[in-house]
Design a protein around this ligand. Structure first.
Ligand code: SAM
Length: 286
């Protein structure tokens, strides 16, 4: 039986998410694997202008999203009643709690939060219900995530990269794609997500990929890939992944567990100037 993931998205531009109906994501909705609902935050406003923002306390440029509007919306979607909380017991934190059964994980994109990684996507792909809140303007009042953490909600704040977007809609789309493609049954060929960049305990960037023709505009592919020797192909790709990662993302090499590297992996790393006798590889000229 297909396990459906419920996804609620709150935004001042809910129409942005119409694009989700295409491609594999759209097919997953059709097949009942995903149940996506978008909500217009302005539906929870009471003034004639449907305002969701106000000037920053303390002054400064721009506008900040109001806690009252967000809270009315989130209380409705989470089935919670408003309460007064002791603010001193609830300091600002990005720490996560565990999901309470039948309650969604609440996710706010935020450029000044911890980076969203494949590990987060993998963990969240096993969740039954996600609720995303898209920020706009200068962002949302910092008390909102604190309040819901204090209510026992598993609240996550994630940045998708070191740059600032106009709003959370793009960031939510990025996270949604990364999360849902890891759900069992999402991909036509589940093997295609097993050997990808950032995947698994010893995560590397992927080796280069080629398709036919074997020679294109005078450019060939590495001979070993057409040799039919699967062992050699696997080794070649693994070495290429290690070399590629060592060049572009040495931080990922430093996180590898040396105990789980085979003899050939160690040899490749050593040839690239890494020492592999400790718990994690170390660049020799560091
Ligand atoms: N004043 C904020 C700052 O300097 O950190 C930027 C706010 S941004 C213009 C408005 C909203 O876009 C944010 O609240 C967040 O929801 C979203 N956003 C922008 N950049 C993002 C990023 N790199 N990762 C995740 N969300 C982002």
């Amino acid at each position: 039986m297909v396990e459906t993931m419920k996804i609620d998205i709150v935004s001042v531009f809910p129409e942005y998410f119409e694009a989700l109906n295409v491609g594999l994501f759209g097919k997953a909705i059709e097949r009942g694997l995903l149940d996506v609902k978008t909500h217009d935050l302005r539906d929870w406003t009471h003034d004639v202008h449907h305002s969701v923002d106000d000037t920053p306390v303390g002054g400064g440029a721009g506008m900040v999203m109001k806690p009252e509007v967000w809270a009315e919306c989130l209380d409705d979607l989470l089935g919670l009643k408003p309460v007064e909380i002791n603010d001193e017991d609830n300091p600002a934190t990005f720490a996560t709690t565990h999901q309470v059964a039948d309650r969604p994980v609440l996710i706010f994109p935020n450029p000044s939060a911890p980076l969203f990684t494949q590990r987060d996507a993998t963990e969240l792909s096993h969740t039954s219900h996600l609720l995303f809140g898209c920020g706009r303007y200068e962002g949302y009042d910092a008390r909102i995530p604190r309040y819901y953490r204090a209510q026992g909600v598993d609240v996550r704040e994630y940045s998708i990269g070191d740059y600032v977007l106009n709003g959370g809609e793009v960031a939510v789309s990025v996270m949604l794609e990364a999360i849902t493609r890891l759900m069992p049954g999402f991909m036509g060929n589940p093997d295609s997500i097993v050997e990808e960049s950032y995947t698994g305990q010893n995560a590397l960037l992927e080796h280069y990929q080629y398709t036919k023709p074997a020679v294109w505009r005078g450019m060939g592919v590495p001979d070993v890939l057409t040799s039919g020797d699967h062992g050699k192909v696997d080794r070649f790709r693994r070495d290429e992944a290690i070399a590629h990662t060592a060049q572009l993302r040495p931080d990922l090499i430093q996180q590898l567990d040396c105990k789980s590297l085979d003899k050939a992996d160690r040899k490749t790393l050593m040839s690239l100037g890494w020492e592999v006798s400790g718990p994690h590889p170390r660049k020799l000229d560091d």
